[in-house]
Design a protein around this ligand. Structure first.
Ligand SMILES: Cc1cc2nc3c(=O)[nH]c(=O)nc-3n(C[C@H](O)[C@H](O)[C@H](O)COP(=O)(O)OP(=O)(O)OC[C@H]3O[C@@H](n4cnc5c(N)ncnc54)[C@H](O)[C@@H]3O)c2cc1C
Length: 366
């Protein structure tokens, strides 16, 4: 093993010299040079030259051959699982890599707009999707993808436990919770500042709390907290919250929810724990917890090297077939530039992505 690594390294360095000598630079792909040039029987690693820096993707830690899948899906939310279920029915050899089982929806205490389930806990719904995907034969790894790159054969995907290849890829990585970026937010994280009411709400039983945000998700979080807490403020920067009419109606009917409109949180105050917030109208409101629900930032940093077209919000641009601008790469769900961010739209995009990835693979990557 050691001598293989030493050989690999010395081969790699000699290639780096050749690349530098020939002045190759930005996004110049040199993979997979090693096995071909040295008559290896299996891929032992990948090297990329990018912006004058060289990235080395090592072989799997156990020294196993890097496996070639038809399709790799990144993301374990409604978009990823649906893509997996469709891909399996097309008999694609599929690997799904997702960090958090179930994604965002597993934080929703109640989902009432998923057809066939009048009212279901988000976690329960996502466990069912996970089990469905698994039963269809999708291989699932629960870990983080750190890098994805184009190769002449398809794509190489680096994750925590190794490297794998695929002919096509579907990105369904959703969003990361957006931060308020105000004093006190970082300091009191876990001490009254939270980004998930269903996870942390129970710690504030019979206390006064707030939800920052005016989306349907924010209003739903407020309704959940109203069952547990003495009082819930909704702090929103506009005159009227933008939740769905049915959610708005429920908020209006809930006596212990009060909306404070046209305000921004300027500071979260506290000593050991949160004690209140300072608003930009000068008002100070006492409370024990602040639940921040102001949307998310699309997660696409790990695929920077692919040259994906993003919009000004950092969302991946897709067409009606869920194709990105990079042939063989598809995207689905909240990470895309689609206008409506819901489980059902993520699932629909995931299904389309799998269908068109199948026809791309069938045509030999065209
Ligand atoms: C509180 C709340 C309530 C909601 N209620 C509803 C509702 O009632 N109905 C509804 O339709 N929608 C609801 N939504 C919205 C819904 O959750 C999202 O629209 C939906 O989950 C988007 O699915 P997705 O597959 O695009 O992404 P996500 O569900 O966000 O999943 C993304 C997946 O990608 C993984 N991932 C990210 N980066 C990496 C990486 N580098 N490597 C590996 N894995 C990675 C994550 O771990 C996760 O598994 C709610 C959202 C919230 C926050």
């Amino acid at each position: 093993m050691e001598s293989t690594n030493a050989t690999t390294l010395s081969i790699f360095h000699s290639y780096l010299k050749i690349i530098k000598k020939n002045g190759l630079c930005v996004n110049c792909l040199i993979s997979p040079v090693l096995p071909k040039a040295h008559k290896q029987t299996r891929v032992i690693g990948y090297a990329f030259a990018e912006k004058n820096a060289f990235i080395w993707l090592p072989p799997n830690p156990k020294g196993e051959a890097i496996r070639m899948y038809d399709l790799i899906i990144v993301g374990a939310g409604p978009g990823g699982y649906t893509a997996g279920i469709y891909a399996a029915r097309f008999k694609l050899n599929t690997l799904l890599i997702g960090k958090v089982r179930g994604g965002e929806l597993s934080n929703a205490h109640l989902v009432e707009n998923w057809p066939g389930d009048e009212s279901i806990n988000g976690y329960d719904l996502m466990v069912r999707m996970y089990e469905h995907a698994k039963k269809t034969g999708v291989e699932i790894k629960e870990e983080t993808v750190t890098c994805i790159k184009k190769t002449p054969e398809g794509f190489v995907v680096e994750s925590e436990t190794g490297t794998q290849e695929a002919k096509a890829a579907i990105l369904a990585t959703g969003t990361e919770k957006r931060k308020l970026n105000v004093p006190g937010e970082k300091e009191f994280l876990g001490k009254g500042v939270s980004y998930c009411a269903s996870c942390d709400g129970a710690f504030f039983k019979d206390k006064v709390v707030s939800v920052v945000g005016g989306s349907d998700a924010a209003a739903t979080e407020a309704l959940l907290l109203a069952n547990i807490c003495k009082k819930v403020y909704i702090l929103y920067r506009k005159a009227e919250i933008r939740a769905e009419p049915i959610t708005k109606e429920r908020v209006a009917k809930t006596e212990n929810i009060e909306i404070i409109p046209n305000v921004n949180v300027k500071e979260i105050k506290g000593d050991k724990m949160v004690t209140g917030v300072l608003l930009d109208n000068g008002q100070e409101v006492e409370m024990s917890a602040v639940f921040i629900e102001i949307g998310g930032t699309p997660v696409s940093v790990f695929c920077k090297g692919l040259g994906l077209e993003l919009n000004d919000k950092g969302e991946i641009a897709v067409n009606e077939k869920s194709e990105t601008n990079v042939p063989g790469v598809y995207a689905a769900g909240d990470v895309t530039d689609g206008p409506y961010k819901q489980a059902i739209t993520a699932a629909a995009q995931g299904a389309k992505a799998a269908v068109f990835a199948f026809s791309y693979i069938k045509k030999g990557g065209k």
